[in-house]
Design a protein around this ligand. Structure first.
Ligand code: ATP
Ligand code: FE2
Length: 327
């Protein structure tokens, strides 16, 4: 069984091709839209995706040394995400499914981050800390669904980092540059620490960090921002581990490429006797392979999405999906 998945919830359009035997991933090609200035404009990102999606598809088929006729199932990111981007990619997936007469499977993007981590690491039943530009959630499987145990109440952690970097003249995405600067930080500047039950919030920290820009060095600012935000994320993840009694922690999302966050989560897990797992960067960031793999799992369990029911869902919640492919 070979499945092709198309990702396009935000700034990345990606096509992955996977199979259910080793090697699982046959191709994973991405193309990211980076705005010249300011944040992502959904329409501009969607235009970018429309312009490159066929090329990305061709590259993925070349990488897998396949023709489109060799594909058995077509998966696509149904949501959550930016409406225009989702619509563009869904249109590409529907066209491909109709042309090839192959089944279509609409995939929840957040669940795909968890499933690719389960497949490509040794994690089997983890608590996922999913940290990206637009999303920040702590997710785990309970009673037939992936439940959200904690999440951001305002912006995603990556969005917080990118906005901070943009104000200080760093290129988009700012996360990697902030990580490099933070390594030279020496002095921790107190910042708000808004953990509310299992939830977190970042916009207040962003405002407070920017307000200190005149009085502190850039490395100290970056260091303090990271320490504060990552400690909050580690704290709520730990609470979810304690609550669910699970013994594995998995990382997902572009921000999880950050070594400091990885180290904090790993030492929290070790202190609790739990294992921590982090997939390679190409599978942390938004990618087509995770959509393809989740679509393959769903299809194997009889879940398909008729074209006439394949409308996108901008606010698609993680816990709306009945996860029938896990017992
Ligand atoms: P989603 O649609 O799931 O919200 P996204 O479009 O934000 O995802 P990702 O590729 O998962 O895409 O993540 C991108 C984010 O990851 C950006 O905010 C970027 O700054 C951040 N990031 C990337 N590398 C690092 C790093 N080393 N440290 C911190 N943040 C990072
Ligand atoms: Fe994502």
């Amino acid at each position: 069984m070979i499945c092709l998945g198309i990702e396009g919830t935000a700034h990345t359009v990606g096509v992955g091709i996977v199979q259910d035997s080793a090697p699982v991933i046959l191709a994973n090609v991405s193309c990211m839209y980076a705005p010249v200035s300011g944040g992502i404009h959904p329409r501009d990102a969607a235009n970018h995706h429309a312009g490159v999606v066929v090329d990305v598809l061709r590259q993925a088929l070349d990488e897998a040394q396949m023709d489109v006729e060799d594909i058995d199932v077509i998966g696509f990111s149904m949501g959550p995400g930016l409406g225009p981007c989702l619509r563009t990619v869904a249109t590409a997936a529907r066209s491909l499914a109709l042309y090839t007469r192959k089944p279509l499977v609409g995939v929840n993007h957040c669940i795909a981050h968890l499933e690719i981590g389960r497949k490509m690491t040794e994690a089997r039943d983890p608590v996922l800390l999913y940290v990206s530009g637009g999303n920040t959630q702590v997710i785990a499987f309970l009673n037939g669904r992936y439940r959200v145990f904690g999440e951001t109440l305002d912006i995603g952690i990556g969005n917080c980092l990118d906005k901070f970097g943009r104000e200080l003249g760093m290129p988009f995405p700012a996360g990697p540059a902030i990580e490099r600067k933070a390594r030279n930080g020496r002095c921790y500047l107190p910042l708000p620490y808004p953990v509310k039950g299992m939830d977190v919030a970042f916009s207040g920290i962003l405002t407070a960090a920017l307000a200190k820009r005149e009085e502190a060095s850039l490395p100290d600012l970056c260091f303090s921002l990271q320490e504060t935000c990552f400690a909050m994320l580690t704290e709520v993840t730990e609470r979810a581990v304690a609550h669910t009694g699970k013994s594995e922690v998995l990382l997902g999302g572009g921000v999880a490429a950050n070594r400091r966050l990885q180290d904090m989560v790993a030492s929290m897990a070790a202190a609790r006797g739990a294992a921590s797992f982090c997939p390679p960067r190409s599978l942390l960031v938004d990618n087509g392979a995770m959509i393809a793999w989740t679509a393959l799992l769903m299809h194997r369990h009889g879940l398909t999405t008729p074209v006439e029911e394949s409308h996108i869902r901008q606010n698609f919640r993680t816990d709306e999906v009945a996860v029938t492919w896990r017992s």
